[in-house]
Design a protein around this ligand. Structure first.
Ligand SMILES: Cc1ncc(COP(=O)(O)O)c(C=O)c1O
Length: 495
């Protein structure tokens, strides 16, 4: 495979979370991103459509169509007989501004011109293209939300007509909610926390962004799990951190000598249920990581995004509970356990960071939604949260078992299902030779939204697999689509 094919294959893998896009569109997006980021420089020659089609395992027509679209938009130029080359975007932009260009050239509207960072960020933007379909990983079951009860609690908040709830949120969020979360985290997650340490944020994404802004400078290193939650990766990239991908194995993040020779400012981990592999970080690894953070003077960002969904055994304690050196910032979210659009999460910071985080939260975000926070506080303190979690845990646990049974009947030899007993998705582990991206694409054509494990890796994927969400699916859908998915996988593995 030529270096350019290799680069495009890698870029293509990173667009994998658009699993519903056609292959042509994904290749176009991947090449465009590589050109914007100057990983494919002006003048570089692209492989022939025949070679690239072979290297990427695509139909030649797909490659030709993607090249044509890139050419139509000025990203590449084709010289008949000699091949396709990356265009000089600087010259193209200059001509678009009218510098040395024909007088009739229209200049690009000012508002359309993005910063360098903006171009890089939007090159891979996931956007709202992801429709929820059976097996979409991470989606909770909206039908189980207690609408009527919530409405009653919310009405009560509004009836009280409290003016203070209409203002911006100060002091890190609505105090009764912070108290309720403090209690919950102490009891359920063994987090060492006082109410002053809890900040209410607009979800994990915002918690991560605050941490990146306040604790690291552009160019600093962040250790991230490989494979990694793309939302976290995007935040760190947006803050111009240097990402060092660290291998994940069955015990979670696995530091080697070369990793330990680097000096991170931030370490992002999902210890309770590694996203996406599902690995639970062992106690030995937790201690090792805490020790490394102290030696390196780094902050650990613990993302405990779906810890409520543990189906057997005792809940696992949070890493933060083992931290005697105030190195861990712990974050959770109501996105999975209630509904994603609620946009409420929490961040627990060490005592020394309280003042800085409170003022930055206020200055940078102007938080609000105090009526939602008040409703949620009542929902928790009146015991409804615990009841809701118990109920959906049972529902999701049963769906998980059903999906496991359905798939187990059909999956061919060499394909296994991840064993861990938590979360909202299973990982179907595929043999190394199977192209999980192509399988996910085939599933998407059958209206099934699974995600390819390889697309979450920054380095060469160590494992291939499919992430299959079950929480959102009814038992009937699990039975019908599970059968279909099993058949697609069996055919893909045989091919
Ligand atoms: C690992 C991980 N963390 C956090 C979240 C949720 O983030 P937020 O609170 O921003 O919705 C997700 C959502 O899919 C996730 O997969």
């Amino acid at each position: 495979m030529s270096p350019t094919s290799d680069l495009l294959a890698h870029a293509l893998a990173q667009t994998g979370f658009h699993s519903r896009l056609s292959q042509q569109r994904r290749l176009y997006e991947a090449a465009k991103a590589a050109i914007h980021q100057q990983r494919l420089g002006a003048g570089s020659k692209l492989p022939s459509s025949r070679d690239l089609a072979r290297d990427l395992g695509m139909a030649r027509n797909t490659v030709i169509a993607a090249f044509e679209q890139l050419a139509a938009e000025g990203y590449v130029v084709s010289a008949r007989g000699s091949g396709t080359y990356v265009a000089d975007l600087q010259a193209h932009r200059a001509s678009m501004r009218g510098v040395g260009a024909a007088p009739q050239t229209r200049s690009a509207p000012r508002h359309a011109r993005l910063s360098r960072r903006g171009q890089e960020l939007t090159a891979y933007a996931a956007g709202p293209q992801f429709e929820i379909q059976p097996f979409a990983p991470g989606e909770p079951d909206f039908s189980s939300f207690p609408f009527k009860l919530w409405q009653r609690l919310q009405n009560r908040v509004w009836r009280e007509a409290r003016h203070d709830l209409l203002d911006y949120g100060q002091s890190g969020g609505h105090l009764p909610l912070r108290r309720a979360i403090t209690e919950y985290l102490r009891i359920s997650r063994s987090v060492k926390v006082e109410v002053e340490q809890v900040m209410i944020t607009a979800g994990t994404q915002q918690s991560l962004d605050l941490c990146a802004q306040l604790l690291a400078d552009a160019g600093d290193t962040a250790w991230v799990e490989d494979p990694c939650y793309w939302g976290a990766r995007r935040v760190f990239q947006a803050r111009e951190l240097k990402l060092r991908p660290i291998t994940v194995d069955a015990d979670g993040i696995a530091l080697d000598e070369a990793d330990l020779a680097t000096k991170p400012r931030l370490i992002y981990v999902t210890p309770s249920h590694q996203y996406p592999t599902g690995a639970v970080m062992s106690l030995a690894r937790r201690r090792e990581l805490l020790g490394a953070a102290v030696r390196k003077d780094a902050w650990i960002l613990e993302d405990d995004y779906d810890s409520e969904f543990r189906y057997t055994g005792r809940p696992l304690a949070a890493l933060q509970g083992l931290d005697d050196d105030d190195r861990v910032l712990y974050m959770g979210t109501f996105s999975k356990v209630l509904y994603p659009g609620i946009k409420v999460g929490y961040l627990v910071v060490p005592p020394a960071l309280i003042a800085a985080f409170r003022s930055a939260l206020y200055d940078l975000q102007r938080p609000g939604q105090l009526t939602v926070q008040a409703t949620l506080a009542d929902f928790i303190t009146l015991g409804h949260f615990t009841t809701h979690v118990r109920k959906i845990r049972q529902t999701y646990g049963a769906r998980r078992e059903l999906l496991r049974r359905m798939l187990a009947q059909q999956l061919p030899a060499g394909v296994s299902i991840s064993r861990e007993e938590s979360g909202l998705h299973l990982v179907i582990e595929l043999p190394d030779h199977v192209d999980d991206v192509a399988l996910a694409q085939r599933a998407a054509e059958a209206q099934i939204s699974v995600k390819a494990l390889s697309t979450y890796y920054m380095e060469a994927p160590r494992r291939r697999g499919l992430l299959v969400g079950y929480a959102y699916c009814t038992p009937e859908q699990i039975t019908d689509y599970g059968r279909l998915l099993g058949a697609i996988i069996a055919a893909g593995v045989r091919a």
